[in-house]
Design a binder for this molecule. Structure first.
Ligand SMILES: Cc1cc2nc3c(=O)[nH]c(=O)nc-3n(C[C@H](O)[C@H](O)[C@H](O)COP(=O)(O)OP(=O)(O)OC[C@H]3O[C@@H](n4cnc5c(N)ncnc54)[C@H](O)[C@@H]3O)c2cc1C
Length: 471
């Protein structure tokens, strides 16, 4: 009989199931609290653990040139339950890993139910977990029950828990054409922590602006789901196409105002409108389109936003959206091992930390489980290096994102894993003949070099700091 005090995991979704598995695999007892079927969420339909609420895809399984494929590979290396059962219940989907959702959820449920160190408690935790639970992982997801969400909000503070995301597209810095765009803050204001050249600006002529507004108005929009219909449009968070609907000049007096900016490429020509992009991560590899939260369909976003001069070849690390969601301001609230700074007995995992997606949620559950188990066993466990997919993701959540330099509303928004979260390579890879690569070849070689570096660094991390945990 073990005498180790159990760790409590609240929420048996993607993150909570993975966290519970990782804890039990380290020989630590765990109680997994799942409120379904006693209380359902607006999206879940079953009482199964790790239910996939929408698509059945874990996205690309290409570990050489895709960031989520690399994340799959790293999770498999670390004994992920979600990946093992995903692989076992795979359905044909080309280069993607798609799963038979019922078989997958059943297999995850059976694995956890059959583990001698896992106790499943079907109950809602309708407030802060009891004070005598000294190690808790909160993994209650984007549809956290209202009673728990309110308790978290009371603990973290007003404004630190969001109930909706309002996401503006995020662009890879190196896909912006700097022969058209330029770096400058409005009126060259440095502001706190700025340099006076913190924004990238894309200029538009009157004709370009008119065509852009027409495209926004005509562009196909996504509908809210039935239970999202009361999603509020906050001041300052109006979708860009809704602003355009309010008047053809609204954008020019709002996020696209051309004032306080001089185009060094054409100093004698005053732009009619300007789209601004702001640095989004500490690495400076990602820039978000300021004020461009949107309900346009993804294909329409790519088409319409590439009409913007300087963004003709833009690659998007993520596209915009507006959804019901529940997530905390993790970069401010959590420490490097996902503990709430204000109450370290509580860890957060999954989409509630502001990662996005099934795989990312499970990945953060995996790390939270390992951190909690190591802590219980009195072992030190550092996060994986930021050059790995797991490390890049947790680093973004716990500090890689930078807050708005002009002190706007909470700027941290949910994010999928992408190569923009990885530290850039020290040197650009050359071709096999030693020549400098260009275009597509360069992009392919860069991704391969990033994923090779990740594999080497994950192995070193496992070899050293995490040797015991990996066994
Ligand atoms: C409608 C919708 C569609 C989505 N579609 C996709 C998609 O197609 N692809 C994708 O990659 N991502 C999608 N996501 C985003 C995200 O990846 C998933 O929501 C994912 O399931 C998040 O994993 P999680 O473990 O954080 O939360 P969940 O998987 O939602 O798990 C949270 C669990 O906590 C339980 N719970 C909540 N509150 C309590 C409480 N107080 N006490 C006890 N239990 C509680 C819930 O019942 C649930 O089982 C979608 C999100 C939503 C809301």
């Amino acid at each position: 009989m073990t005498t180790i005090t159990p760790i409590h995991v609240v929420g048996g979704g993607l993150a909570g199931s993975e966290a519970a598995w990782q804890i039990a695999s380290r020989g630590v007892p765990v109680v997994l609290h799942e409120m379904r079927p006693i209380r359902m969420t607006p999206a879940h339909k079953t009482d199964g653990l790790a239910e996939l609420v929408c698509s059945n895809s874990f996205r690309s399984d290409d570990a050489e040139s895709n960031a989520v494929g690399l994340l799959h590979q790293e999770m498999r290396t670390l004994g992920s339950l979600i990946m093992a059962k995903g692989d076992a219940h795979q359905v044909p989907a080309g280069g993607a890993l798609a799963v038979d959702r019922d078989g997958f959820s059943r297999a995850v449920s059976e694995a956890l139910a059959g583990h001698p160190l896992v106790t499943l408690a079907r109950e809602e935790i309708a407030g802060l977990p009891p004070a005598d639970w000294d190690s808790v992982i909160v993994a209650t997801g984007p549809l956290t029950s209202p009673a728990l969400a309110e308790a978290v909000r009371a603990l973290t503070g007003e404004g630190e828990l969001a109930f909706f995301d309002a996401i503006a597209p995020i662009v890879y810095r190196d896909s912006i054409d700097m022969s058209v765009a330029w770096a400058q803050s409005r009126y060259d204001k440095a502001g706190p922590g700025g340099t006076g050249a913190d924004y990238l600006n894309c200029p538009m002529t009157r004709e370009e602006y008119e065509a852009f507004v027409d495209a926004l108005l005509a562009g196909e929009k996504t509908d809210f789901r039935e239970w999202e219909k009361d999603t509020p449009y906050f001041d300052g968070c109006l979708p860009v196409e809704v602003m355009a609907e309010r008047g053809r000049e609204t954008l020019r007096y709002g996020p696209m105002k051309p004032v306080g900016l001089t185009n060094p490429h054409k100093p004698d020509e005053r732009p009619y409108a300007v789209v601004q992009l702001r640095q989004d991560n500490a690495l400076g590899t990602l820039f978000n389109m300021v004020g461009f939260q949107t309900k346009l369909k993804y294909a329409e976003q790519t088409r319409i936003f590439r009409m913007i001069p300087g963004l003709e070849n833009a690659e998007f690390a993520r596209l915009g959206g507006l959804h019901r969601n529940t997530f905390i301001n993790s970069p401010r609230l959590l420490d490097g091992t996902l503990r709430l700074k204000a109450e370290p007995r509580l860890r957060f995992a999954g989409q509630i930390t502001g990662c996005e997606g099934y795989v990312e949620s499970a990945a953060i559950g995996l790390l939270a489980g390992r951190f909690a188990a190591a802590e219980r066993l009195g072992e030190a466990l550092n996060p994986p290096p930021a050059t790995t997919a797991l490390g890049a993701l947790v680093n973004h959540i716990t500090g890689g994102h930078i807050a708005t330099i002009d002190g706007g509303p909470q700027s941290y928004q949910p994010m999928n894993i992408n190569f923009g979260l990885f530290p850039p390579l020290d040197t650009a890879p050359n071709g096999t003949d030693g020549r400098r690569l260009r275009g597509k070849d360069k992009a392919v070689a860069k991704k391969k070099a990033l994923t090779d570096r990740a594999r080497t660094d994950l192995a070193a991390w496992l070899d050293g700091r995490d040797r015991q945990a990996a066994e």
